[in-house]
Design a protein around this ligand. Sequence first.
Ligand code: XIL
Length: 384
Amino acid sequence: MNRTSACTAALVLLAVSAASADPGSTLREAFQDHFLIGAALNASQFAETAPARQDLITSQFNTLTAENVMKWQPIHPRPGQYHFAAADRFVAYGERHDMFLVGHTLVWHSQTPSWVFQDDSGNPLDRAALLERMREHIHTVVGRYRGRVHGWDVVNEALNEDGSLRDSPWRRIIGDDYLEHAFRFAHEADPDAELYYNDYGLESEAKRRGARALLQRLQAAEVPLTGVGIQGHGSLDWPSPQAVADTIETFADLGLRVMITELDICVLPSRSRRVSADIAQRQQAGDRLNPYPDGLPDAVQRRLARRYAELFAVYLQYRDVVDRVTFWGVTDGDSWLNNFPIRGRTNYPLLFDRAGQPKPAYQAVLETAARFANVEEDTPLSVP
Ligand code: XIL
């Protein structure tokens, strides 16, 4: 039986309850023998102004990702102008707390200013000029934190949902080999840093197949590539644990390390219907799309806990290839999902509530780790 079917035919049943996790245990303790566990932070979170939140971050996590401050727009907003102050603070903060630091992200179509792709007169750059700009940016940013930032999301979200290469300005101007160059530049700037390809939706079959082909192509070209970041943005119904297992296995089969890099679970309705201009109708639609402004009902809270338990059961099953699991934020209040894909909603996607208190999902994750510690190596876990 291969690992995938073993996962389906899981024998060990887990009961998820909100009680009984070892109160002394934290996430970083619970997973210390298995993988790193972390969170993405924004500038206000590493400013160290709120002591209670600081304890939460430093006691729970051993790896941190820059949620925004290292993206092109904030760190290199104008030609020749770098704003390093916030990224410097992020790195200093991480070092003070002995964290494995992840830089996010060097080459992406989003949060990248339009001047990057234009010459001084506003005309599109040619291939050689854009490659030179990419080289300069990567060498400057990665070089500045050489030996201090341990891994980089070198290229982010290069694929379409059907698995083909996204028609970003990077690809349009440089060609399909822009990824190869990005990885080589990053490796030149810090030969010891881990280098990742990072994307969302890889749990869907078409995109996963496209990612596999892309990564194989990079490997055939001997590009310095450490692993794949599966972002892990999910909902209460998607992706299935089986799809997560298949995805991890697909990349592990290529000999790559695997990380879950941006984990969160949206609990709100995803699709907006066509809404007429009528104010009352819009109000009703708004209520439907933002159903829990004053708190998450217990039943949904329990579903979320179970969802996290089943996901962590899969991550634990693949702990020999999974190096890291990073949440995209610390508390529900920090999450980008309060404003995406619809602004101003009240979402509950993480393990800690708006007051920084652990939710049932947190207990469920700790319990999954505790149960795992009590079963034989390689026994798959599942949640009934
Ligand atoms: C998001 C941040 O969380 C937001 O604060 C920002 O406004 C937009 O970007 N995939 C990624 C991340 O790789 O960089 C995105 O982060 C979330 C989706």
